[in-house]
Design a protein around this ligand. Structure first.
Ligand code: GRF
Length: 190
């Protein structure tokens, strides 16, 4: 069945782009009902608009606290009819207020093989640790930082001459495939 997606972004939006392309090509049976950014003017919003997706900016700093920010997010996503929420480079931690509105239906993409290297700059953390393999994870979101049940993972090699940028680019390509494949799986489950 067609997934009704709400996508939360904060920046570049390449994972959002992968979702929109997969929908456009017929690979993914989904509609992006709404793209919400907590920051105005980011490339992710331009990408969404170019694909004809509805966008909104809900700027976290204009709310007195996290609770009211999250209630506003829930309201706009519910109004848009979104029933699966994808965090695609969304740089705010979500609490129970948000998660209880979409129980078991909030997914995140993270650039490491969780539980290894949670948090910021997972690619830099992997290089610093000297691992020979890293990758990416799609997981259900809980109240922790990059915790929550893993739905899918993909490995990529780390080469001796990798820089943070070469490694990040290799992981990002895997992210796009993994995120789309995971959503395709969810659409078949329904
Ligand atoms: C990705 O590396 C994702 O794993 C992480 O933030 C980055 C977002 O990239 N959570 P983009 O905005 O989708 O291009």
């Amino acid at each position: 069945m067609t997934l009704a997606l709400g996508v939360l972004v904060s920046g570049r939006g390449s994972n959002l782009g992968a979702i929109l392309e997969a929908i456009g090509s017929g690979q993914l049976d989904a509609q992006v009902r709404l793209v919400v950014s907590n920051r105005a003017g980011v490339p992710a919003l331009a990408r969404a608009e170019a694909a004809g997706a509805k966008t909104l900016v809900v700027a976290h700093e204009t709310f007195p606290d996290r609770e009211r920010f999250e209630r506003a997010l829930v309201a706009v996503l519910r109004d848009a009819g979104a029933d699966w929420i994808v965090l695609a480079g969304f740089m705010r931690i979500l609490s129970r207020t948000f998660l209880e509105a979409f129980p078991g239906r909030v997914v995140n993409i993270h650039p490491s093989l969780l539980p290894a290297f949670p948090g910021l700059d997972a690619q830099g953390q992997a290089l610093a640790a000297g691992v020979t393999r890293t990758g990416c994870t799609v997981h259900l979101v809980d109240e922790g930082l990059d915790t929550g049940p893993v739905l899918a993972q993909a490995e990529v090699p780390v080469f001796p001459d990798d820089t943070r940028d070469t490694l990040a680019a290799r992981i990002l390509a895997a992210e796009h495939r993994l995120l789309v494949a995971t959503l395709v799986g969810r659409s078949h489950d329904r």
